[in-house]
Design a protein around this ligand. Structure first.
Ligand SMILES: [Zn+2]
Length: 261
């Protein structure tokens, strides 16, 4: 089963049909979906197509009350999307949000690195520096039963995120976005030097790409591009089919507690 772990949706007319068409064309069975402006969108899409969509919920960490996470669960959220917090990801004032996510067993997809600037003329309190992957080192330790999936692998701080994938059993990543376009396969070969037996393997027995989930985060008509890039990276780095299958769905199914079919 192929699962895309990072798909934005909206309530505009035709969104569901266009996404399903793109998924069918690319052989994608299921997608993690979220609309950070209107949670209802994803919940309604899941109700109409429960076999295709997995809805994640969004509240703004640091601004909205953490109890909003309880409400999202009641409405059907299977995970959380986090972006644009009002403070650094490791600020203890955000710990109540992590605690709620952990308590509900919600896989939490967290934006890291460079954040888009959609309306350059409008003043905004957004700040890339609050969403650095390294700020998740503390939360990974503090909330050991919470699975954090780092979107964009810290772009451009891939080194930090790569090392954290090695040390934290509950740290996962996706390589959506422009990461792969400006990093060579050789870069990942060096970053993931620990993709072999080392004297630390007994303590951290997982391999680098067992922590990666396939994700597109692109307009639907371009989904095939990140899909091809991510597959090409895995093949260039000589990953066995078993690992490729994990990246394209096995690891996501485990994180989402889906029945294997
Ligand atoms: Zn995104």
């Amino acid at each position: 089963m192929i699962i895309d772990f990072h798909v934005h949706v909206s309530d505009r007319e035709g969104c569901t049909e266009e996404l399903l068409k793109a998924m069918d064309e690319n052989g994608i069975d299921m997608a993690v979906i979220f609309d950070c402006g209107n949670n209802e969108t994803a919940f309604n899409m899941q109700k109409a197509h429960p076999d295709r969509f997995i809805p994640f919920g969004y509240i703004r960490w640091g601004a909205d009350d953490p109890s909003g996470i309880d409400e999202l669960v009641d409405q059907g959220a299977k995970g959380l999307k986090v972006i644009r917090p009002t403070m650094n990801y490791n600020d203890p004032r955000l710990f109540p949000y992590y605690a709620k996510a952990e308590q509900h067993g919600l896989p939490t997809l967290m934006h890291t690195g460079i954040v888009a600037r959609g309306k350059p003329d409008v003043p905004s309190y957004d700040d890339t520096s609050r969403m650095q992957a390294i700020w998740l080192d503390g939360p990974c330790r503090m909330f050991p039963r919470l699975n954090i999936i780092v979107a964009h692998m810290g772009n451009p701080a891939h080194e930090d995120a790569g090392m954290m994938a090695r040390w934290h059993p509950n740290f996962y990543y996706d390589l959506s976005g422009s990461s792969l376009l400006h990093r060579s396969h050789q870069f990942f070969r060096e970053l993931f030097w620990w993709d072999k037996e080392t004297r630390f393997s007994r303590r951290n027995p997982w391999r680098p790409f067992e922590k990666m989930v396939f994700a597109t985060d692109e307009p639907y008509e371009q989904m095939h591009e990140p899909m091809a890039e991510q597959r090409a990276l895995l093949e260039a780095l000589d990953q066995p089919q078993e690992i490729i299958d994990k990246v394209f769905g096995g690891t996501a199914a485990k994180l989402l507690k889906l029945e294997e079919s």
